[in-house]
Design a protein around this ligand. Sequence first.
Ligand code: 5GP
Length: 189
Amino acid sequence: MELLKKAIIEKATVDNGVVKVGAFLNHEIDIALYREIGKEFALRFGQLNPTKILTVEASGIGLAVAAAMAMGDIPVVFAKKTKSKNLTGEKYSAKVRSFTKGIDYDVEVEKDRINSRDRIIIIDDFLAKGQAVSGLADIIDEAGATLLGVGIVIEKGWDDGGKLLRARGINLQSLVVIKSADDGKVVFE
Ligand code: 5GP
């Protein structure tokens, strides 16, 4: 994904191990780039015939929607991080440690949103230690649904999330893997 690498090189900044992509990915959104990301995920996962995409609020939602539109308008479900009065039914819940905030939080999905016939792709913006994706994968397991794969826009190669998910037998597809980001300079694998 040359367009994605170009955006990272030209617009991302690095601060204490956190790659900041607010200029194009998770604050201001580059729509042309999102469209290409959606198409790339569709190329990698579309033939598996997913019935749903699962992500986590907030940064995953736009990316999941771009991928869902490229895969024939399949539905997107996003796990909620905040206790919402709108989630009134029974819920699946998993505890996740936040990479950027350093706190634990629950991700929740109403039981009615996922069923055992669902074939699901997880989409998220970053993969660091694999906490967010593991929480979503646990929810899919609990629902008895099938996890077809995980699509990540930026994998941070120096964290062990990739290793963790592959060891769990998960089909992980990262659009770019960053090998290092020392002194603010991003190096791709
Ligand atoms: P993990 O759960 O894999 O440790 O971290 C992934 C989650 O933390 C993603 O949902 C993402 O929102 C956030 N995250 C992890 N690393 C970064 C980073 O370098 N930059 C940004 N913007 N978010 C990150």
